[in-house]
Design a protein around this ligand. Structure first.
Ligand SMILES: [Zn+2]
Length: 64
């Protein structure tokens, strides 16, 4: 089940307060401005900068 567009419309990046984009395959809420991806747990977006992961550039992303 996907997140509703209505929900996405009211979500904003907690860091830049800008609009976010839902990456359905990855189950993440992405901010293209901050290059952060917020997790979605049990269909609840976790809009916390502390919980976000940085969106990698050209491959090889992820902490060691
Ligand atoms: Zn942002």
């Amino acid at each position: 089940m996907a997140l509703s567009q209505d929900l996405l419309d009211i979500l904003a990046c907690p860091q830049c307060k800008g609009p976010v984009h839902y990456d359905a395959p990855a189950q993440e809420i992405c901010c293209r401005h901050c290059l952060l991806a917020y997790p979605v747990r049990d269909e609840i977006p976790v809009m916390l900068v502390d919980e976000a992961r940085p969106l990698g550039g050209a491959g090889g992303e992820g902490p060691p």
